[in-house]
Design a protein around this ligand. Structure first.
Ligand code: ADP
Ligand code: MG
Ligand code: ZN
Length: 590
């Protein structure tokens, strides 16, 4: 289980952060308010004490689109989803959070809002009122196709019943956060024009034993009355974790009871009644296998991050209603945003629009998108943060080092921008690499090229100052990971050969060891090979920078003056980089 750390924050600071759109999600706890910043602000977690009226606060949160988490059991650590999640707040939930707070503040004073304890507080959208259709979801065509079938079950159920076909009961949407799982579920309801009963896994898990289970029962009873309809259980992992078989703390019993009830309910009806259960999770590996048995969630639909074409389509969806300047090219934006999920792209468009508004522009320009991209990637610009002159110099040499080495490397991410303006937390300066295409496969030489590029920053520091700063630690981590993957997964080492020592786990699956059982000699050899490829890459980076020492110097001086290097000026610098003789052979053979 993850341990989460919250730092204390003043209430006034919290309000300020809400108003500057930094806050992603707020959770009302019995004794405090916990909140979490958006990924662009480092996902940091804080807690604070309510100082003012809860109604004013909830209004404020709503107007800034802050997600309000339902009161949760301390046992569940609901995933804080990356990206913007515009959660639709039903009144019921608000009242719930409110009652929750009061209940504890009054220490049993009892205000009797008359919430039946076991009643599911599901959000219900009637007759396709989710207002969302497949047209709102882009870049996940395969998932849409599979779900189209579910729409057909719901709308033409008779056709299937007549022929005696069994309609599936449960569909599990699996994929990284922010890829559109919730959106897809709503779209299914919207397309089929059926009611959509939605609850999040964490809402089932209560402090009181039995409450979760009775909520499940209530939810299914309601659904049967409204059939045909969809039950949507978000964050299924919050209730669906593998049953432990009796942990030390009784708290698990509660979750297991809830899970058992869910299994019972799913077994207790047949799909022909017109209820289809859709659930979503980004941690499928933690789910109890019982959930996937036939007649339960036996269909799985993968909702993955979009490729470039998909990103263009998603951007198209989100720029509807946004006035765009003529220079805006969604293709270019999509090319720069490899790895973004749909929610990140939605966030990007919104940030760009905010930027344009802040600058009193009528339309959003490409420059706004570029700025927004940096925000989303690296966090808020913080010009105010002061570096000592030496620190600034170190950062500048470091970043130029990456760029110069990168300029000679094949295929991979060309450096398109270097900046030494401190941004957000963490990275002091950064180099922005623009992958030309989405790469799932790296060729051997590209891999070496990336390693050398990663080590270029540190190499520059070594050459100029004769020592390295702590700023390079992230690069080293990345380089080590890459080298290790090269050896263990891609079979790229002369001595070990093409044996995969790692089982290829889907990227978003966390936890669990993926390494195959290996002998200690092989482990030693792996370490040796990893070290060898890193040493070689480091040597190459050093050699390149020594050869281009003059350019390293002049480019750094420019960067120190301008703080940012990009476009023509950067290109001109990079075309001057000279390649050492050994480069070609090293790239080819290591
Ligand atoms: P998930 O449930 O997978 O974490 P959500 O469905 O909650 O992701 O996505 C959050 C928001 O991000 C959506 O409301 C939508 O604005 C945007 N979004 C995510 N994926 C897509 C997509 N494939 N197409 C269009 N918008 C998307
Ligand atoms: Mg979701
Ligand atoms: Zn670096």
């Amino acid at each position: 289980m993850r341990t989460e750390t919250y730092s204390r924050s003043a209430y006034s600071k919290f309000i300020e952060q809400v108003k500057s759109s930094q806050v992603q999600r707020v959770t009302f706890k019995p004794d405090r308010i916990e909140y979490c910043l958006k990924p662009a602000f480092g996902n940091q977690q804080y807690y604070t004490q309510l100082d003012g009226s809860i109604e004013d606060l909830t209004h404020l949160l709503q107007s800034y689109g802050v997600e309000i988490a339902p009161p949760e059991n301390t046992q569940t650590n609901a995933e804080t989803n990356a990206g913007i999640l515009s959660l639709i707040l039903s009144l019921g939930m608000l009242v719930g959070a409110f009652a929750w707070l009061l209940k504890f503040n009054n220490a049993g004073g009892g205000i009797g809002l008359g919430m039946g304890m076991g009643k599911s507080n599901a959000r219900i959208y009637n007759q396709g009122k989710t207002g969302i259709t497949f047209a709102d979801v882009a870049g996940v065509d395969e998932a849409k196709q599979e779900l189209q079938e579910v729409v057909d079950f719901l709308t033409n159920g008779e056709k299937y019943r007549k022929i005696g076909a069994k309609i599936p009961k449960g569909v599990l949407l699996v994929g990284p956060p922010g890829t559109g799982k919730t959106l897809l579920a709503k779209a299914v309801a919207g397309e089929a024009g059926v009611p959509f009963l939605s609850m999040s896994g964490s809402e089932f898990v209560e402090l009181y034993v039995g409450v979760g289970a009775s909520r499940v029962r209530d939810l299914f009873n309601r659904a049967k009355r409204q059939a045909p309809c969809i039950i949507f259980i978000d964050e299924l992992d919050a209730i669906g974790k593998t049953r432990s078989g009796g942990g030390p703390n009784g708290g698990n019993d509660e979750r297991e009871q809830t899970l058992n009830q869910l299994l019972t309910e799913m077994d207790g009806f047949n799909g022909n009644e017109g209820v289809i259960v859709i659930a979503a999770t980004n941690r499928p590996e933690t789910l109890d296998p019982a959930l996937r048995r036939p007649g339960r969630f036996d269909r799985q639909v993968l909702v993955d991050r979009p490729d470039k074409i998909g990103r263009i389509d998603i951007l198209k969806v989100h720029v509807q209603g946004v006035s765009l300047g003529e220079d805006v090219d969604l293709k270019v934006i999509a090319a720069k945003s490899a790895g973004f999920a749909g929610a990140d792209l939605a966030n990007l468009v919104n940030e760009a629009a905010l930027m344009a508004a802040r600058n009193n522009r009528q339309a959003v320009l490409m420059a706004d998108f570029n700025e927004a991209m940096e925000r989303v990637i690296a966090g808020l610009e913080k010009r105010s943060r002061i570096l000592t002159p030496l620190e600034r110099q170190t950062v500048a040499y470091h970043e130029v080092g990456h760029a110069l080495v990168g300029a000679l490397m094949p295929g991979n991410s060309k450096v398109s921008k270097i900046s030494i303006m401190p941004r957000g937390l963490g990275a002091l300066g950064y180099t922005l690499q623009t992958p030309e295409t989405d790469r799932f496969l790296l060729l051997e030489d590209e891999l070496r090229g990336q390693l050398a590029t990663l080590l270029g920053g540190r190499a520059a520091e070594e050459i100029v100052f004769g020592k390295v700063s702590t700023g390079a630690s992230d690069d080293i981590q990345k380089a080590t990971d890459l080298a290790e993957r090269a050896v263990t997964q891609y079979g790229m080492s002369a001595t070990l050969g093409p044996i995969a020592f790692e089982k290829n786990a889907a990227q978003f699956l966390e936890g669990g060891s993926t390494r195959r059982a290996i002998s200690s000699e092989v482990a030693v050899e792996i370490d040796r090979q990893v070290k060898l490829s890193i040493d070689q890459a480091r040597e190459m980076a050093l050699e390149i920078l020594r050869l281009n020492r003059g350019l390293l110097e002049s480019a750094t001086q420019v960067l120190l003056k301008t703080e940012v290097l990009e476009g023509k000026i950067l290109e001109e610098i990079l075309t001057q980089v000279q390649a050492p003789e050994k480069l070609t052979t090293w790239l080819a053979n290591g």
